[in-house]
Ligand binder design. Structure first.
Ligand code: KG4
Ligand code: ZN
Length: 349
């Protein structure tokens, strides 16, 4: 039996977990900072780092206690080295290095995106996963279509050309005056809305397996916001501030129409790739995979098994980091001396 302690601090969740043999969760502790960042309308990096520093010791202690083990029982530690916020990553990486050194255990650096992929191995029936599989990674920072041909073997089929899927949900949520993060808030608001109330454009150019969300975001902005007094919109975030919504706009209808369009964009490309590469199953991971419409539509249209993690493992957690380390040559590996944070790390490296 191999026990790995995972540590994750790449964004605004301080998390630690113990996973047995890469597939069985012994403990999974998450201290979320979402309530604090909500007042800023997004993650405030300096505040995030400070809160990780405060939370990490009790979170790790709790993970060991919940797993009913002591440090001596661990075979290795695993920590997210990137991608993510530099200051946040540093807290986890330095803490994990200190522990690994003090406890004399090997330390494995994990790519956060690969962590999301390995949340699949924490799902029921994961022992039956048979390559090649197609993975749609949809989070606040990523929208990637990965062909996975073996453990740690990826081919990047598509990526976003502009905003990530979760980022689009968050930006549209802010435009509509909904609380951060926008994804769950839009899903909630959409329940009362008519998904056919607005027709937001879908890109006509067929850009392979790549995604684009900025056109959709702009279409939503034009539909809901009054034009500025000057008649000209400024580029970028400042034009997306809330409080400027036309009086006749029904937030629930916009949320439902946006959600349906975004989900269709994701499902169309994923199914096209799944057919072209003859995969055994389609997998959806990352924060946006919590979205029920995305799950339902993918299952309805795929004609293949569709796998996604349970809700608690969709958003950031450390169990997925420990699982990824297990399946990535954990035996005999020790990154302790060479490990550093890599805020822009890609899964292809
Ligand atoms: O994976 P994650 O927790 O953090 C990153 O690595 O980015 O993903 C967070 C993202 C946010 O953009 C959030 O709005 C989105 O996932 N999200 C959702 C839902 N729950 C979280 N998007 C759509 N529907 C949801 N139910
Ligand atoms: Zn994530």
């Amino acid at each position: 039996m191999v026990l790995i302690l995972g540590i994750e601090t790449s964004c605004d969740e301080t998390a630690a977990a113990v996973v047995e043999d890469g597939m069985r969760i012994r403990s999974n502790v998450i201290a979320s900072q979402i309530d604090t960042h909500r007042q800023y309308g997004g993650v405030f990096p300096e505040v995030a780092s400070r809160m990780h520093v405060e939370a990490i010791t009790p979170v790790v202690q709790q993970a060991l206690a919940n797993a009913d083990i002591s440090a001596a029982d661990l075979d290795a530690l695993a920590v997210t080295r990137g991608p993510g916020l530099a200051g946040s990553l540093l807290v986890g990486v330095n803490f994990a290095k200190g522990l690994a050194f003090g406890w004399n255990k090997p330390l494995i650096g994990v790519n956060h995106i690969e962590g999301h992929v390995y949340s699949l191995w924490l799902t029921e029936g994961a022992e039956h996963i048979s390559f090649p599989i197609l993975c749609l990674v949809v989070s606040g920072g990523h929208t990637e279509l990965l062909l996975m041909t073996g453990h740690h073997q990826y081919q990047m089929l598509g990526n976003t050309l502009d905003d990530a899927a979760g980022e689009a949900f968050d930006k549209v949520g802010r435009m509509l005056g909904l609380p951060y993060p926008g994804g769950p808030a839009i899903e909630q608001a959409a329940k009362e809305g008519d998904p056919a109330a607005y027709t937001f454009m879908r890109p006509t150019s067929d850009d392979g397996y790549n995604f684009s969300f900025s056109g959709l975001k702009t279409a939503v902005m034009r539909a809901v916001q009054s034009p500025p007094a000057s008649g000209k919109r400024t580029r970028g975030e400042e034009s997306m501030n809330p409080g400027n919504i036309k009086p006749d706009v029904k937030v629930a209808d916009v949320a439902a129409s946006f959600q349906t369009t975004a989900v269709n964009l994701l499902v169309d490309k994923t199914i096209k790739a799944a057919q072209a590469y003859n995969v055994t199953e389609i997998c959806i991971v990352g924060g946006v995979s919590a979205n029920q419409l995305l799950r339902i539509e993918m299952q309805r249209r795929a004609g293949l098994p569709v796998r996604f993690p349970p809700l608690k493992l969709c958003t950031d957690n450390a169990a997925m980091i420990a699982a990824a380390a297990y399946f990535n040559d954990h035996a005999g590996r020790n990154d302790l001396d060479a490990l550093d944070v890599e805020p822009m790390l890609s899964i292809m490296r």
